[in-house]
Design a protein around this ligand. Structure first.
Ligand SMILES: [Zn+2]
Length: 547
């Protein structure tokens, strides 16, 4: 059998069942034809065989993003990126710069700011957040929405509030807070469900555009997202919340143009919408190779730790009396979870606080007991950041996959001790080691665009737990490099039901590879985050090459 592609001279980490050591690998028709010694593989070389000759670079099974937001990532690449801003002043400057290019009445959207990362305190703040006045002053005509890095709050200007009809009398919606000053005026910060008061108006604005404008916009966003994945060595992506409308558009795009990488979409929507969809559409079968799957449902149980929205068993150490918020009606949660079980879908529930994790585990346990087949549906808890010690072994026992994001630990560390106190943080915050040692499957992801998609920064975070200041956050909970790379490949493949055909390098599995310039298993720790993707190969095709 002649190979279409041979990769030789690589340091190959196969993560296969044989734990084999290989020097080269052959591909035919999008599948792995063989792995073996240089001599064995070179016998499959023919006149038409394409060669990639490496010199000790690392070949991994194609990396999989286990929890990210695909279209939001694409949009964020087009929107104002505030991840690196270090003060409110800097944000205002960036907004001013971007306003120059806008058409009359156009909305401006940005994301990624986080007041805990600022070097200077703004003149006025309420609940630790900045107020809208400086933003309103520079943008009186264009509505502005700036998403907090956590994804659980927005800062908007006066124009946006005007369009949304926000007054002192506007009540807080269930599960959300309009932050107000001492005189009862909205400060421009909308938390959790209160965000919709503004973002619904933005959606209306977007919906008001022509069909052509919308299609072109969508395709540009999707293609930017694809290119960004390929540059980062990502060969499959589990999108952690697609609306039914987005699913329709992605399906249509895939039919017409074909997706470049493998996408799995978690279904997300209003309770009744979800129930109707689940009743009428069967889950896609991801046990055979493909490029687009919809077989999972996303629910949100609580908020985030940074904004003190994570639902905790005990009050926040820096806000006694506050235990966070449940962001879903429990009756709705059970109703949707049951339907998910009956219809054979995977359920992926966002839970960050220890009470949220506890209650979601209880719910899964009850549903598994009622519908025993559902325990095979690889149900997950997304983030699983703070878990009470007694709940940690339950993930393995039930079982429930912990779909965690290492990079969140490094980013959140500066405020975790303040929110939780030293002891609670030590026992339950980002406890990868405890979970893995108890037999729990811990997936890996970045939650992009909350964090960067960059797998090297994430791998570095997983094995060092080092913060920006160089200090490691409870380093005893770090993963080994092998565990970390397995999370990004085989464990994530399992979490996406792709493990029969992806996630490891074995004969017959798809030819999805990520080639990296450094040996991530053995290089000095600091080199991990400097490592670069050299090739991204999907289905045997070279889709990205770093020149
Ligand atoms: Zn997410």
């Amino acid at each position: 059998m002649q190979a279409d592609l041979i990769i030789s001279g690589a340091r190959i980490y196969a993560f296969d069942s044989l734990s084999g050591r290989y020097e080269a690998l052959a591909v035919r028709e999008g599948r792995i034809l063989a792995l073996g010694s240089h001599e064995e593989i070179m016998k499959m070389k023919g006149p038409g065989t394409r060669m990639i000759e490496l010199h000790g670079e690392t070949l991994l099974p194609g990396l999989i993003e286990g929890h990210g937001h695909f279209l939001s990532m694409g949009r964020s690449l087009r929107e104002l990126n505030l991840l690196d801003t270090r003060s409110y002043r800097e944000i205002i400057d960036s907004v001013m710069e971007r306003l120059k290019g806008l058409k009359a009445g156009e909305w401006l959207r940005g994301r990624g700011w986080h007041q805990e990362k600022w070097d200077e305190v703004p003149g006025k703040s309420i609940k630790g957040f900045p107020v809208h006045d400086p933003l309103s002053a520079i943008s009186p005509d264009h509505p502005v929405i700036l998403h907090h890095a956590s994804g659980h709050a927005i800062l908007v200007n006066q124009k946006a509030m005007e369009i949304a009809g926000i007054t002192d009398e506007t009540p807080d919606p269930p599960g959300g807070v309009i932050v107000r000053d001492e005189n009862g005026h909205a400060t421009g910060i909308f938390e959790e469900n209160a965000e919709y008061l503004i973002t619904d108006k933005y959606e209306e604005y977007l919906a008001g555009r022509t069909e052509e404008e919308k299609k072109a916009d969508f395709e540009k966003t999707l293609q930017l997202a694809e290119a960004h994945c390929l540059e980062n060595g990502i060969t499959a992506f589990h999108d952690a919340a697609s609306t039914i409308e987005e699913i329709k558009m992605i399906r249509a795009y895939h039919k017409e143009k074909g997706l470049k990488l493998r996408l799995d979409l978690m279904l997300y929507g209003r309770p009744d919408e979800l129930i109707t969809y689940l009743d009428s559409v069967r889950p896609d079968d991801a046990s055979k190779p493909g490029f687009l799957f919809v077989n999972s449902v996303k629910l949100f149980y609580d908020g985030a730790l940074g904004s003190r929205g994570a639902l905790m068993l005990e009050p926040y150490s820096d806000d006694p009396g506050n235990t966070g918020q449940r962001t879903i009606d429990t009756a709705d949660f059970y109703r949707i979870a049951e339907k998910t079980a009956i219809q054979g879908y995977q359920l992926c529930t966002h839970a960050i606080g220890d009470r949220a994790n506890h209650e979601v585990l209880n719910a899964y346990e009850q549903i598994y007991a009622k519908y025993p087949e559902s325990s095979k549906l690889r149900w997950r808890i997304e983030h699983a950041q703070h878990i009470a010690p007694d709940d940690q072994p339950r993930f393995a026992a039930l079982p429930v996959i912990a779909a965690m994001q290492s990079i969140h630990c490094s980013s959140d560390a500066p405020f975790v001790i303040a929110r939780l106190g030293e002891e609670r943080a030590r026992q339950g915050a980002y406890v990868w080691r405890n979970l893995i040692d108890r037999g729990v499957l811990v997936m890996e992801g970045t939650d992009v665009p909350v964090e960067r998609l960059d797998p090297m920064a994430n791998i570095y975070a997983g094995v060092t737990r080092r913060q920006a200041n160089g200090k490691a956050f409870f380093p005893e909970q770090a993963k080994t490099r092998e565990e970390e790379l397995r999370s990004y490949t085989l464990v994530n493949a399992y979490g996406l039901f792709m493990d029969p055909w992806k996630g490891s390098l074995e004969k017959g599995k798809v030819a999805d590879f990520t080639i990296i310039d450094k040996d991530l298993m053995n290089c000095p720790e600091e080199d991990i985050r400097k490592a670069r993707v050299l090739y991204t190969i999907i289905n045997g095709k070279i889709l990205y090459r770093n020149e």
